[in-house]
Design a protein around this ligand. Structure first.
Ligand SMILES: [Zn+2]
Length: 483
C-alpha cells in the first residue's frame, strides 16, 4: 500500500514538473479516500470537551476523521496504520484563525513561503477569510478544493465573498446573491454602509440563509446592526465606537468618517494623560451594561483580533525590535520596505497621534476583559495576512494576550477550537472540529508540553494533522525554510 502511495506521489511530482507548475511547497496528492489509518499512541489527550487531560490515550484517524479514541490497548490499530508514538506528548485540537485575510498573491513569489503553510506549521488548521484580494474573486474557494483534494497544502478554508464596503452599494441584493451563488460561506459588512443598504443586504442574506459578520457601520451603530440581522462582530475594537458621541446621520465619504470620529473622540477623551480604567468604567458603566445586554439578546459572537493593537504599538514604539522578530522574515519585502520608509499604513495613520494608539489598546483590553467576564462568545482571530500580522505566528501572540488579560489557557484555547466550531456550524453546518472525539475532523496538534498550563507550549509543535494529513516537525520546518 505504502509503495503504491509513493509511486503515486512521484508520478504526481513528475507530472507537475512536466506541466511546469511545480510549486515550492511539497504537495501530497492523496485523495481523502486514499489516506490510510494514522494512530497516535501514548498521548496525553487534551480533548477540549472540558478542562481535562486524559493520560495514555490512543487516537485513531482514518481519512480526514477521528474514528476511535480510547485508553492504550482498547483501540485496535490496523496493521497498515502509520503509528505516531506520542511518548507522553500532548495531543490537542488544531486551532482556527477566525479572522484573517488571504490574498491572491500568495500564489506568486511575493511571499517567501506560502502563508497557507505558515498556518499549518503553527497548528492553525482552520482559517476564515474576511474578503478576497486579487483579480479572481473565487481563488480562495479554488484553494479550498485543492486542499481537500490533496493537491495543495493548507488548512481548511472558509471564505467571505466580495466585501460590502461602502454605500451606495448599487443594489445590495445583487451583491449578496452573487456571493452566495459563487459558493462563499458568509458575508462581510464594512464600516461605511448606510442603514438602507445594510438592511437590504441582511434581509437578502437571511432569505438565502447566509451568515454575516463585520464591522459596526458608523451610520448605523451596534444595536441597529444587530437588530437588522448581522450575526457576528468582526473585532472586539468595533465596540469602542459606542463610547464616542457623534452624529450618525452624517453622510460622509469613507476617508472622512475616520477623521470625523477621531476628532469627536479627541473632544471627549484626554488621550495624552492615558487611559484610567477605573474612571472610564465608572463614567461609562451604563454604556457598557447596555452593550452587554444587546450582545446577550442577540447571542452575538465577536472576534478578538487584539494582536492588531499589539502590532501597531510595536511598529510605533519598538520598530527595531519588531523587525528583529524571526517571523518578520516571512513578510513580503514590498511591505517591509514601506515599514522601513515610514510609509506603512499604521505608521502613517498614527503619526502625531501615537497617544491615541496607546489609549485605544488600553480600552480594547478593558473591553476584552468585560466581554470575557460576561461570558460573551469570543472567537480567536488575528487579522493575519495583512499589515505585519504574520500568518500562523500571530495565533500564539493572540492566545498570549488573552491569557495576559484574564483568560485561563483553557479558555483562551476554547476561543480557537470549540467556539470557532460553534460559529462554523451556524455558518455552514460544519462544526465537526475543535474537540478530540469520534467523528470530528482530524485537525490535531502534537505538542511536547501541557498547553493547559501555558499556551506558549503550543508554539513549535512536534507535528500537525490537518484534515487527516500528518506533517511532522521536520516536514513543516522544511516547508517553511527561508533561503
Ligand atoms: Zn480584517
Amino acid at each position: 500500500m505504502k509503495k503504491i502511495i509513493w509511486a503515486m506521489t512521484w508520478l504526481f511530482i513528475l507530472g507537475a514538473i512536466l506541466s511546469g507548475c511545480l510549486v515550492e511547497e511539497q504537495v501530497n496528492p492523496q485523495q481523502i479516500s486514499d489516506l490510510g489509518y494514522t494512530a497516535f499512541i501514548h498521548v496525553n489527550m487534551v480533548p477540549m470537551i472540558s478542562e481535562i487531560i486524559i493520560k495514555d490515550q490512543t487516537v485513531l484517524v482514518k481519512g480526514d476523521r477521528i474514528i476511535a479514541v480510547g485508553p492504550g490497548r482498547s483501540v485496535t490499530i490496523p496493521e497498515n496504520a502509520t503509528v505516531i508514538d506520542g511518548e507522553g506528548a500532548y495531543l490537542m485540537p488544531g486551532l482556527a484563525d477566525m479572522h484573517m485575510h488571504t490574498s491572491q498573491d500568495w500564489d506568486t513569489n511575493a511571499w517567501p513561503v506560502s502563508p497557507l503553510v505558515l498556518y499549518l506549521a503553527n497548528g492553525v488548521t482552520t482559517i476564515r477569510d474576511f474578503g478576497p484580494s486579487g483579480e479572481v474573486l473565487t481563488y480562495a474557494l479554488e484553494w479550498r478544493n485543492q486542499i481537500k483534494a490533496g493537491s495543495r497544502v493548507g488548512p481548511t478554508i472558509y471564505a467571505s465573498g466580495r466585501i460590502l464596503f461602502a454605500s451606495p452599494l448599487g443594489g445590495p441584493q445583487g451583491l449578496v446573491r452573487e456571493n452566495h451563488d459563487l459558493g462563499f460561506d458568509f458575508l462581510k459588512l464594512y464600516s461605511y454602509l448606510s442603514p438602507e443598504d445594510a438592511r437590504e443586504a441582511l434581509t437578502t442574506a437571511k432569505e438565502l440563509e447566509m451568515y454575516s459578520s463585520g464591522h459596526v457601520p458608523y451610520a448605523i451603530g451596534l444595536e441597529n446592526i444587530l437588530a437588522a440581522g448581522m450575526d457576528e462582530i468582526a473585532h472586539v475594537e468595533e465596540l469602542l465606537f459606542a463610547f464616542i458621541e457623534y452624529d450618525r446621520k452624517q453622510q460622509l465619504a469613507p476617508d472622512a468618517w475616520l477623521s470625523y470620529l477621531i476628532k469627536s473622540a479627541m473632544e471627549q477623551f484626554d488621550f495624552a494623560s492615558g487611559f484610567d480604567e477605573a474612571e472610564f468604567a465608572y463614567l461609562h458603566a451604563e454604556t457598557m451594561q447596555h452593550i452587554l445586554e444587546v450582545l446577550s439578546t442577540y447571542g452575538t459572537p465577536l472576534c478578538t483580533t487584539m494582536v492588531v493593537d499589539d502590532v501597531i504599538s510595536q511598529k510605533l514604539f519598538e520598530l527595531e525590535a519588531f523587525l528583529a522578530r524571526p517571523e518578520i522574515g516571512f513578510l513580503p519585502t514590498t511591505y517591509l520596505d514601506l515599514l522601513l520608509l515610514g510609509e506603512e499604513k499604521h505608521l502613517v495613520q498614527f503619526r502625531g497621534i501615537e497617544d491615541l494608539a496607546v489609549y485605544k489598546y488600553d480600552i480594547d483590553r478593558w473591553l476584552l476583559t468585560e466581554l470575557h467576564q460576561a461570558e460573551v462568545p469570543l472567537l480567536l482571530g488575528t487579522d493575519s495576512g495583512i499589515l505585519a500580522i504574520v500568518p500562523g505566528y500571530s495565533i500564539h501572540d493572540e492566545l498570549q494576550i488573552l491569557v495576559e488579560n484574564g483568560f485561563s489557557p483553557y479558555e483562551a484555547i476554547k476561543t480557537g477550537t470549540v467556539n470557532a466550531a460553534d460559529v462554523i456550524e451556524a455558518m455552514v453546518g460544519e462544526g465537526n472540529f475543535g474537540t478530540i472525539e469520534v467523528g470530528q475532523r482530524a485537525d490535531l496538534i502534537l505538542v511536547n508540553n501541557n498547553p493547559l498550563e501555558d499556551v506558549a507550549n503550543i508554539k513549535d509543535p512536534h507535528g500537525v494533522m490537518a484534515a487527516g494529513r500528518w506533517y511532522s516537525r521536520e516536514e513543516l520546518s522544511q516547508m517553511i525554510a527561508l533561503e
